[in-house]
Each structure stands twice: as structure tokens, then as C-alpha cells.
Design a protein around this ligand. Structure first.
Ligand code: SAH
Length: 355
């Protein structure tokens, strides 16, 4: 399985070293050899597991959060319910089941899924059987309606660029080729306009990442929410700002060399949330909140206890472990963060505080 590596090496020979963003885009979404294009990477048999795959409670609470914000905004009669990168469709299926009895919610919603992978589109269609789905390749294609949007572990899959700080400017990290292998390199030092404010909080040698593909998406979401109403819930691992190299490759639930198996490993980077919040202005950003705190505020413990009453033996043990995994600081509770975007004139949404 070296077809993609050979294609990358041929491209580098023709046009020179490529950015991390170009490498991520090719590895994840190449139409024939891309990681997401060719497989369902989720779950125990795949390369990684996500919160909605751990427990139904995650999608249920998010569904009720969306419905609450919809009601708080006067229950608009038609709105786009959007998920970016829905994976197996599990989160949305749990959210729709939990909101089935919210008066008017399902009647008013138009379900729009943004998904690049044909394999995963098929899984989502199955998981959401009975619902009318419109698929899009890109968030820009969603109709102009009040927008209620969820993105869980979507932004971490978007291509980033990496820069190593020099004395007065930045060297972009690049991927070149040597003796039939992909290798790391650095471009000559040059100013990078979006990183000009990062000269103040970094020292030479440090690496800073730029969410190249995420920023225009955040900007578009913010414009829609402020213009038409709605809310976005962005959940991912990361922090307020990016410092250091967070580019990583996962295969079979283990970290591997990101250049070793192009197209065969999941490539991600931590999400830097402050730049997303700034790009989404004038929509209002909530304070960045740890996932565990957010889920506790939404009542996950009460929901966990209600479900536990129906379980016993191994099923009960795994339910208790799932609750812990989603919320505990040593598991996903602190590493994963929640950011909400709402219209500039609306109060902070449930479970979150103003920034
Ligand atoms: N939200 C799901 C899946 C996360 S994996 C969950 O929590 O389980 C990332 C998802 O984003 C996958 O569905 C993947 O196919 C999709 N994806 C990744 N990059 C994308 C892009 N550039 N455009 C659209 N979808 C993308």
C-alpha cells in the first residue's frame, strides 16, 4: 500500500516540498487512497473511538442542548440542523431520539450533514434511516437558515500548517522526499501575517500551528448564526491557543510516525479555539469549557443513574466506565473542550458561561 506515498514523492519531485496542510489533505481525503475516503476508522476495530461511540448519553445531552437553545430563541419554524463530520451517525441518531418529543423540533428541522467520506455517508444514511438527509461536501453549501450545528472531533481533522519560530519570523515546516522516503524540512524564514501576534509569546525554536482550513469555516458559521440566529457547539481536543507540535498519527489506537504510512493512519492536530472564536465574530463565543464540566452541568450523572437502573453485570460495568471516560479529568473530561457560538445579542447557552 505505497501508492499514495509514491504519488506524494512524485509530486514533491515535480513542484517541491509540501506543507503539513497539503500532506494532511492528501492523506485524509485523497479520492482513491485517502484515509477517510476508503474506510470507517471508528470503534474498537478501527483506529480511534469518539465520545458518541462511547455512550449514547453524549448525543442525547447534545440533542437536548440544541433543542433548548432552539426554544430559547423562540423556536424558529424552519432551521438547519447541521452536523460537521458525523462519523457513523451515532451522535445525530442519539440526539434525534432524545428530541423526538420536543414539540415542533423535528417538524422545523432540515437535516444537513457535511461529510467528505462516501463510506461514512453510507453509514450515516443507515444510522439515520427514516430521516430526510441532505449531504454536503463543505459547510458553505448549507442553506441560509437559522443554524443549529454540532461538530465533534471534526476540526481536529482539518489541515493545519506548522511554523517553527526563527529569530524574527517563521520557518514553515514542510515535507520533502529523499531516497524514496518522506522527510521533514523547514522553509526559509519569512514573516507570516496571521502569526505576527505570536512573536510576543514564543521563543526561537518553538512550533506554532495555524488552523488553515478551520478559520474560514468558523467565520462562515459565525456569520450565519449572527445573521439568521442559531448556535454552534464545537467539541474537540485542544486548548485556547496553539503552542508546540500537536500533529499526530493514530493507527490501531496507537501513535505512529505521521510520515510512515500516508493514507493509512488518522492524522489530527489539537484545535486552537481562540482563533476560531475570533474568526466567528460577530457571533458571541462562550468561555472555553472542559467537556467533563459541560456534561456534568447538562446532567449526565442523573442520566447515567437512570440508565444504570436498567443494567446489570458487564453492561453496568461498561456503562459506569463510559460515564467516567467521558467526564473524568484523567480521561476525556479535561483534554476535550467545548466552545459555543451564539448570536451577539443572545445570552450564553445552557452549561456554558460568557467568555
Ligand atoms: N463526529 C464523529 C466523527 C469524527 S471523525 C464522531 O464524533 O464520532 C471525523 C469526521 O469528519 C469523519 O466523519 C470524517 O469523514 C469527516 N471529515 C474529515 N475531514 C473532513 C472534511 N474536510 N470535510 C468533510 N468531512 C470531513
Amino acid at each position: 500500500m505505497t501508492a499514495l506515498r509514491d504519488a506524494l514523492i512524485a509530486r514533491i519531485a515535480r513542484t517541491g516540498p509540501i506543507s503539513v496542510a497539503d500532506y494532511m489533505a492528501e492523506c485524509l481525503l485523497h479520492p482513491v487512497h485517502g484515509y477517510y475516503t476508503t474506510r470507517d476508522p471508528l470503534g474498537v476495530a478501527g483506529d480511534f473511538t469518539t465520545a458518541p461511540e462511547i455512550s449514547q448519553m453524549f448525543g442525547e445531552l447534545i440533542g437536548l442542548w440544541l433543542a433548548q437553545v432552539w426554544m430559547d430563541q423562540g423556536a424558529p419554524a424552519e432551521f438547519a440542523l447541521v452536523e460537521l463530520g458525523p462519523g457513523r451517525g451515532t451522535l445525530m441518531a442519539d440526539a434525534l431520539r432524545a428530541t423526538a418529543r420536543v414539540p415542533g423540533f423535528h417538524n422545523a428541522m432540515r437535516l444537513h450533514l457535511v461529510e467528505a467520506s462516501p463510506t461514512l455517508r453510507a453509514r450515516q444514511t443507515t444510522a439515520l434511516a427514516g430521516h430526510n438527509i441532505t449531504f454536503h461536501d463543505h459547510p458553505g453549501q448549507i442553506p441560509e437558515l437559522p443554524l443549529f450545528l454540532i461538530a465533534n472531533e471534526f476540526f481536529d481533522a482539518l489541515p493545519i500548517r506548522q511554523f517553527q519560530r526563527g529569530p524574527t519570523a517563521w520557518h514553515e515546516r514542510q515535507i520533502g522526499a529523499e531516497d524514496g522516503a518522506l522527510i521533514w524540512g523547514l522553509a526559509p524564514e519569512a514573516p507570516v501575517e496571521p502569526l505576527s501576534d505570536r512573536l510576543a509569546d514564543t521563543t526561537p525554536g518553538q512550533i506554532v500551528e495555524l488552523n488553515a482550513a478551520a478559520l474560514p469555516i468558523a467565520q462562515d458559521i459565525g456569520r450565519r448564526i449572527d445573521g439568521h440566529g442559531g448556535a454552534a457547539l464545537i467539541i474537540d481536543y485542544g486548548d485556547a491557543v496553539s503552542i508546540g507540535d500537536t500533529f499526530q498519527a493514530l493507527q490501531d489506537h496507537a501513535a505512529i510516525d505521521a510520515l510512515a504510512t500516508p493514507g493509512q493512519a488518522d492524522l489530527t492536530a489539537h484545535v486552537a479555539f481562540d482563533p476560531l472564536a475570533r474568526a466567528a465574530a460577530p457571533a458571541r463565543a462562550s468561555s472555553l469549557t472542559p467537556q467533563g464540566v459541560f456534561l456534568e452541568r447538562l446532567g449526565i450523572t442523573a442520566r447515567a443513574e437512570a440508565l444504570a437502573g436498567r443494567l446489570g453485570g458487564a453492561a453496568l460495568d461498561s456503562h459506569i466506565a463510559a460515564h467516567r471516560r467521558l467526564t473524568h479529568p484523567a480521561e476525556m473530561g479535561t483534554l476535550f473542550k467545548v466552545l459555543a457560538l451564539t448570536p451577539s445579542d443572545s445570552p450564553p447557552p445552557p452549561g456554558l458561561e460568557p467568555a
